[in-house]
Design a protein around this ligand. Structure first.
Ligand code: LMR
Length: 326
């Protein structure tokens, strides 16, 4: 009846659960910027499969990879406007909502992979996620990609060689300061436009995970790769809070369960895929791969220390100290 469709007597904005059927499913748009075979691509597809299965087809998640629906900045606006229901931007890209998300960009902060997981699953990570609720955003999970390395067309084996080069960054002042500490310039460019920017020489280099470098085919447009592992690409899976709160209870439960299972899958997969990309790129011989000795690495760490004095307040001393001691 019309009354049931209007969700009479409930605060639901999505109508009655009974309104959705296999023939007339709730459409959930999941937009992201990496390829379908990246960890984020595979996990979003997994999420779609799980949610369809758990609801008997009453929810249909449409996944749009490779910035085909929205790019970096647009996806955040589209989520708030309700034009898309799930996105998974890297934490860096949430800098406009809360600059403390730049914790992932503080140079050489996280000791290892384990420390990263502990951070996001612990109190500090949870606090960061809940800070988004006032912006009508709900953090659902942390999906990971991995540690970043540098690539450039010009030599980058020593800190001095970075001077005068220009690097693409995702967003935010911390990454800009990181490159400035190396004497280099920085330009924020959407992920979907980075290949072309590298190809055309708008920038000399960029920083990313092995898997992003591989799946974006940067080896076609970059010569040198420096294994630095200096920062992180970690995703915050986000939904529109009002939309989520208005979901019928049974669907919300299936949504949460599917997200928890997809998260477990993503975290197992990401390390494996990043390793696979590293092996593939090493074997391809397309990059001049530069490994750092401990002393050389220490040289980069020392140079980038200025980022800490500059951004300790912005990112938060508790967050930086908390991440460092894990
Ligand atoms: C980037 O912009 O380099 C990454 O955040 C892309 C991604 O989603 O992994």
């Amino acid at each position: 009846s019309l009354l049931a469709l209007a969700g009479c007597g409930s605060s639901s904005t999505q109508g009655n659960a009974a309104a959705y059927t296999k023939e007339n499913p709730l459409i959930v748009k999941f937009s992201h910027v990496t390829t379908a075979d990246s960890p984020k691509g595979k996990a979003s597809t997994k999420f779609a499969e799980l949610l369809a299965e758990k609801t008997g087809g009453k929810v249909k998640v449409e996944v749009y990879p490779s910035s085909q629906l929205y790019g970096d900045k647009d996806e955040l606006e589209a989520l708030q406007a309700g034009n898309v229901q799930v996105i998974a931007p890297s934490a860096t890209k949430l800098v406009g909502f809360n600059p403390a998300f730049q914790v992932v960009d503080m140079p050489f902060l996280f000791k290892n992979h384990e420390a990263v997981l502990k951070f996001w699953d612990g109190d500090l990570g949870k606090k960061l996620m809940s800070s988004l609720e006032s912006k009508n955003l709900k953090g659902l999970a942390m999906w990971e990609n991995g540690f970043k390395v540098f690539t450039s067309n010009k030599p980058i084996s020593k800190p001095e060689e970075f001077a005068g080069q220009k690097f693409r960054t995702q967003a935010g002042k911390v990454l800009e300061a990181q490159f400035k500490a190396l004497g280099a310039g920085a330009a924020t460019i959407p992920f979907g436009e980075t290949y072309t920017a590298l190809q055309q020489g708008t920038v000399d280099g960029q920083e990313n995970t092995w898997n992003n470098i591989d799946t974006q085919k940067y080896e076609e447009v970059q010569k040198n790769l420096l294994i630095s592992n200096h920062g992180r690409i970690d995703y915050i899976v986000l939904t529109n809070k009002k939309w989520y709160d208005g979901l019928p209870e049974d669907i919300r439960k299936a949504f949460d369960e599917s997200m928890a299972e997809a998260t477990k899958y993503e975290r197992e997969l990401s390390t494996e895929l990043d390793k696979g990309s590293e092996e593939k790129l090493r074997q391809s011989g397309k990059f001049n791969i530069i490994e750092l000795s401990d002393a050389e690495r220490e040289g980069f760490v020392k140079l980038m220390e200025s980022v800490y004095s500059e951004f300790e307040k912005t990112v938060g001393k508790d967050i930086i100290d908390g991440a460092r001691q894990l």
